[in-house]
Design a protein around this ligand. Structure first.
Ligand SMILES: [Zn+2]
Length: 116
């Protein structure tokens, strides 16, 4: 692992998003490379400064209510559009039988037309 890769993965490392093996490789590099270790400490200090000094805005209650209502409406639409996948098995099996029955004879007649 070289310094260029360390710099590329530093943000993910500080956010706790690296997989274990990559994180261990990165930490081994930081233990051996003072340049990258300093860069990691500076980046960590900057992130904590941003977290402490970042302005926090409270959502107005009217906006929060509108967002929640919109999400509920959207979620309901998705549930309704997916509901046919969640029917009990016999209902689904009946629709599959109908589909294979209606497609079977049609496809044979198409074959016959092509042969003639
Ligand atoms: Zn390095």
């Amino acid at each position: 692992m070289n310094c260029e890769l360390i710099r590329r993965w530093l943000g993910a490392y500080l956010d706790g998003e690296l997989e274990l093996t990559r994180r261990l490789d990165l930490e081994a590099h930081l233990a051996a490379c003072s340049t990258c270790k300093t860069a990691a400490e500076e980046a960590a200090n900057f992130e904590s400064w941003v977290r402490v000094n970042m302005p926090v805005y409270k959502t107005p209650p009217e906006l929060k209510a509108r967002i929640q209502a919109s999400l509920r409406r959207e979620f309901q639409i998705q549930i309704e559009s997916l509901s046919h996948f969640w029917r009990p098995w016999p209902a689904r099996r009946r629709s599959w039988c109908w589909a294979s029955f209606s497609l079977g004879p049609g496809s044979r007649s198409q074959t016959a037309k092509i042969k003639n």
